[in-house]
Ligand binder design. Structure first.
Ligand code: AMP
Length: 470
């Protein structure tokens, strides 16, 4: 997962890009970058680290221009190396080209081989560079960015929400199944695209709509136009965005993520009620779930754990030992709330089980009498090939393990995962329009040696181009 943004507006976009990326920091903490274009020059700055470590006022002031794109990175394909930071920037026959990408291609290796055959040299190990290579080649041949993007979409397999800058114009497109989010907003004097609506909120921009799966948009100073490139029988939006990844205050597909999570919490209570003294979230991801559970059960919501907000996600710790210590640094139990109490802890997911086990141990150390664990997703039993950093089957605690076994591994008094049906009901969206690969082991695109339920995608002939008036 990554966070991406593109803005065309008057009066300089570097600060707005920075604020928008700040709202998307949860989508990636490994690196950050911004490119802007002004009077024939591409200005760029990117580095590893959090946004606040990468940028300061002086740097942002040196990024002039009324068009720009930005990225926060969470690596899936391509190691955490300086050259893999985005935007990727190129010059091409007198044009400047910059690209940011959220997603994961599943045919990256084939495409790299194909383009190496054409003599292309790759400077990074990210799949995003392949997208740039395809667009660059087709743009050189046809001279049309629209045609280059259509051809690129014919070649790419996997998930991709992409924002590019070609001189003073932004082009953005979303894969035919809409696996990763991307939405459009109206700023004071222009337009923007961003991974989540919270980035629009940060700028006071007005939400227009999500980019449709298989849609391309073009934004320049004369306005915004859109073109539908593909149509498919079903989409495959990443269900994990609703479970874990997106911010609760984001609206995706017309649905407030907070409401989905609160409903999941209600359903967790209906499916597995427990007579307890307090309902406590594992912060922050469990908060809206715990609110729902508490409302439905009538048991008081009380924070049994307080998070130190200045520590990054424990998941990025490379070793088991570091991960275990990091939990203690990050979450401190509130003894006065849990001592002698029966506590329901609510979290969004269990992946390796490391954090959950450590949290339950901590809560017991601080005096809880019973710890019941409630989880806002069904067991994660399969890896993700489409952009969420999940480990292999072997490392997933629920792979080949019954819930009772997982319950003893994490040393809870009871454990319940929300059912798949209840989770889908909470979203109000058809199950066939989600990618549920990590929960079902069945993927919406072809992946070698995995089960797939591929969606049927058609490219629209004689595509139309319409202005998006607002
Ligand atoms: P664990 O008990 O080690 O499996 O960790 C569970 C915690 O990891 C939950 O609190 C989740 O919010 C969080 N989590 C789930 N998926 C991811 C992910 N892809 N990246 C980082 N953290 C995650």
């Amino acid at each position: 997962m990554c966070g991406i943004v593109g803005i065309v507006d008057t009066g300089g976009v570097s600060f707005p890009l920075y604020y928008a990326l700040y709202a998307l920091q949860h989508r990636g903490q490994e690196s950050a970058g911004i490119s802007t274009f002004d009077a024939g020059t591409l200005y760029k700055h990117k580095a590893q680290g959090l946004l606040s470590e990468v940028f300061d006022r002086d740097i942002l002031e040196q990024l002039p221009g009324s068009v720009g794109i930005g990225h926060v990175r969470y690596p899936t394909t391509g190691e955490n190396r300086p050259e893999n930071t985005q935007p990727l920037n190129f010059s091409l026959k007198g044009h400047h080209f910059s690209i940011v990408h959220n997603g994961n291609l599943v045919n990256n290796n084939e495409l790299v081989s194909e383009y190496e055959e054409h003599g292309h040299i790759f400077a990074t190990t990210t799949d995003s560079e392949v997208i740039a290579a395809i667009i660059a080649r087709e743009l050189t041949l046809s001279g049309s960015m629209e045609d280059a993007i259509v051809l690129c979409m014919r070649k790419l397999e996997g998930s991709y929400s992409v924002v590019t800058l070609l001189d003073d114009t932004i082009f953005a497109f979303r894969d035919p199944l809409g696996i990763k989010p991307l939405c459009i907003g109206k700023t004071d004097h222009g337009y923007m695209v961003a991974s989540e609506s919270v980035a629009l909120d940060a700028l006071g921009a007005i939400f227009i709509r999500d980019l449709r799966p298989g849609e391309m948009i073009k934004i320049d100073k004369s306005g915004i136009s859109c073109r539908q490139i593909t149509k498919s029988d079903h989409t495959a939006f990443c269900l994990f965005e609703y479970i874990y990844f997106a911010r609760s205050d984001s609206v995706i597909d017309g649905v407030l993520v907070y409401d989905v999570r609160r409903k999941i919490g209600e359903m967790l209570h209906q499916e597995a009620p427990v007579g307890a003294d307090i309902i406590s979230p594992v912060p922050d991801s469990g908060t809206s779930l715990a609110v729902g559970y508490s409302e439905a059960s009538g048991i008081p919501f009380k924070e049994g754990l307080i998070k130190n907000r200045y520590i990054g996600r424990t998941f990025i710790m490379p070793t088991q030992k570091l991960r275990e210590n990091a939990v203690r640094m990050k979450l401190n139990p509130v003894r006065g709330h849990i001592k002698g109490k029966s506590v329901v802890l609510v979290d969004d997911s269990i992946v390796r089980g490391t954090t959950s086990r450590r949290i339950i141990e901590l809560v017991r150390e601080f005096g809880a009498r019973e710890v019941h664990f409630r989880v806002g997703s069904p067991p994660v039993t399969a890896p993700c090939y489409l952009g969420v950093d999940l480990p292999t089957r072997k490392e997933l605690i629920a792979h080949n393990r019954a819930t009772d076994d997982v319950c003893s591994c994490i040393s809870a008094d009871s454990l319940h995962h929300v059912s798949f049906e209840a989770l889908i009901e909470a979203t109000g969206i058809d199950a066939a329009d989600f990618c549920t690969g990590c929960l079902t082991g069945c993927y919406p695109v072809k992946i070698p040696n995995e089960c797939s339920a591929c969606r049927h995608v058609d490219f629209i002939h004689g595509s139309y181009q319409t202005r998006l008036d607002f």
